[in-house]
Design a protein. Sequence first.
Length: 160
Amino acid sequence: MKPAKHLTHIEPLEARIAPALILSPYAVTFQDIDGDTAIVKISKPLFTSPTAAGNILIFTNSSGAQIQESFTGNGTAESLAEINLLGRTDATGMNISVTVIPQVGVGNLQVNVGDIAAANFSVNDHVSQNIDLGTIYIQGNLGKSTRARARICSRRRSSR
């Protein structure tokens, strides 16, 4: 007689990465509107404080109202409406990726970004000049890229 086979069932625990949390000066994680845990990674250390990250990453709630994010891991689902690099010449050449951290039974494995805005303004001369970024990768959709020059890659993944 053969011994009984034991079927292993893995039960998902609570999410281990809290939404809207600064992981390092190079990475912020958040929960997107449909429950995916997403991570924004940049190649330059601009997420040095909640204020600095909040000036760059603009979030909205499910109604489209802007959220003042505290980056303390509050568990609120939100949309990344904009990556705001206006006036940030220190972002020149910076690579940006926005990807999903897969979790069992949650989300659609896509994260959408509304806009990436990158330009330098001269108030005295009323002139705007694009900021050249590096490679931008979005695991989902990018609504638009305003005043930025970059190599943009966006990949849609099918739902589970």
